[in-house]
Write a protein that binds this ligand. Structure first.
Ligand SMILES: NC(=O)c1ccc[n+]([C@@H]2O[C@H](COP(=O)([O-])OP(=O)(O)OC[C@H]3O[C@@H](n4cnc5c(N)ncnc54)[C@H](O)[C@@H]3O)[C@@H](O)[C@H]2O)c1
Length: 404
């Protein structure tokens, strides 16, 4: 049985480790975070991804999946380490230190000409070629870039059903990557070179960011005109060739708010639309705070006291616990700083390192409600009642929610 090591057991690596172990491979899950490995070894999973805990338990029991603190020599290495942005002199630059460290660990664990390295971390164009230079010519492995497109919250299904793009640094690497994914997914695998595969991932997320920026700009324009942006967009979308996305409180997460910078940073003069879109989306939380302030001022005038403010949702999108780059979390933190009585509630955050989360019942004592994330948890008569009867600001199209 071939041995696979997965480097980086986060949102992508851990479900991938569980999923690939269902096939004819033995999987070693490796992470530099020793506490994380210790917890995984003791089957302590802090996971909200549907179906993942039970799959992990099953695969660990079958001995096809183990967690290790030393990277073992393997036939295939899959790299799922973070590639965040760091701010240098007011400019966002990709931080490739984790990726370089991971590739160095692979070299130390051992490679030969039959070893396959699959990089799934999002990277600037040209990264796969650059990092491959660390390997010596006589033991040069096969290396391919294979972007990940899964949607947190639906990850195990999408690992099987999403089409994949694989781009090797040479045709032997591309073919080896193709054969691997063909074996483990139920969908098509498309071959290309590593630069195109890297660019493909960045373009996909820049497409999303730009389209959301368009919707967010419409929401700013609608506010000026004094109309409801959600109603407007719904009507505009009745046109057979128009499909405008939903505006929100901003754009967050590890991908859409980050990946366009990898292109803007590398090719500034050719990515003006992408940079403007980033600016439009980054402006939206400031707009939300301005609207909140207007509501607070008006409440104080009418009631001669400060309002109790309820903030609903802090994750970067509905029905997940991920708060990375979340505009809702930034808004909640700013509101806590600006006003006396702010209650933040998110059903996916029992405790949060970033902000105090109140009990659900405390929310209903509030005067002013800021709907930031359209979690399904809010789709019930308790929340729709406050939405319709109290002062509410809707930045997540809560209006359209179905009451369960
Ligand atoms: N989360 C998503 O929805 C998503 C989707 C597509 C692509 N991606 C990309 O996948 C990559 C991983 O994202 P994530 O969300 O899983 O990150 P994450 O932060 O959840 O997890 C990364 C893990 O890698 C570990 N790590 C760091 N350096 C390491 C090293 N040298 N060796 C071994 N482990 C190491 C960290 O300790 C952490 O546990 C990123 O490049 C991201 O852009 C993420």
């Amino acid at each position: 049985m071939k041995k696979i090591s997965i480097l980086g057991l986060g949102y992508i690596g851990l479900p991938s480790a569980a999923y690939y172990s269902k096939f004819n491979y033995h999987i070693s899950g490796y992470d530099i975070d020793k506490d994380h490995i210790e917890n995984l070894k003791n089957s302590k999973f802090d996971i909200t991804e549907p179906g993942l805990s039970s799959l992990l338990k099953k695969q660990i029991k079958s001995k096809k999946l183990e967690f290790v603190d030393l990277l073992p020599k393997s036939n295939i290495y899959i790299v799922c380490v973070p590639t965040p942005l760091k701010k240098q002199k007011k400019v966002f630059k990709p931080d490739l230190s984790y990726l370089k460290h991971a590739i160095k660990s692979i070299k130390e664990a051992g490679v030969n000409t039959k070893t396959l390295i699959l990089i799934e971390s999002t990277c600037p164009v040209g990264t796969t070629e650059k990092v491959s230079k660390i390997f010596s010519a006589d033991n040069f492995p096969m290396i391919a870039y294979c972007p990940e497109r899964v949607l947190p919250g639906n990850l195990l299904k999408e690992l099987a059903s999403n089409e994949r793009v694989v781009g090797g640094i040479d045709s032997r690497s591309t073919n080896a990557a193709f054969n691997f994914y063909k074996n483990v997914i139920d969908s098509e695998v498309h071959k290309t070179d590593s630069n195109t595969a890297e660019m493909c991932k960045l373009v996909e997320n820049s497409f999303r960011d730009t389209n959301i920026a368009f919707a967010n700009e419409i929401s700013l324009l609608s506010d000026k005109v004094g109309i409801n942006a959600y109603e407007l967009i719904n009507l505009a979308n009745k046109h057979p060739r128009v499909n405008i996305l939903e505006p929100g409180p901003g754009v967050g997460g590890h991908c859409i708010a980050v990946d366009p910078w990898f292109l803007i940073n590398g090719f500034k003069s050719s990515s003006r639309l992408l940079e403007t879109s980033r600016k439009v989306n980054d402006f939206k939380p400031k707009f939300v705070l301005k609207k909140l302030d207007e509501e607070v001022v008006s409440f104080k005038k009418q009631n001669n006291r400060e309002p109790k403010i309820a903030i609903l949702g802090i994750s970067f999108k509905p029905d997940i616990d991920d708060v990375r780059e979340s505009p809702s979390l930034d808004i909640a933190m700013a509101a806590k700083k600006n006003y006396k009585d702010v209650y933040v509630f998110d059903p996916y955050q029992k405790e949060s390192h970033d902000i105090d989360i109140c009990k659900e019942e405390d929310i209903f004592k509030c005067d002013l409600f800021l709907f930031l994330v359209n979690h399904t948890h809010f789709h019930n008569s308790k929340f729709t009642k406050v939405f319709h009867t109290k002062n509410s600001l809707d930045f997540c199209n809560f209006t359209k929610s179905k009451v369960l």
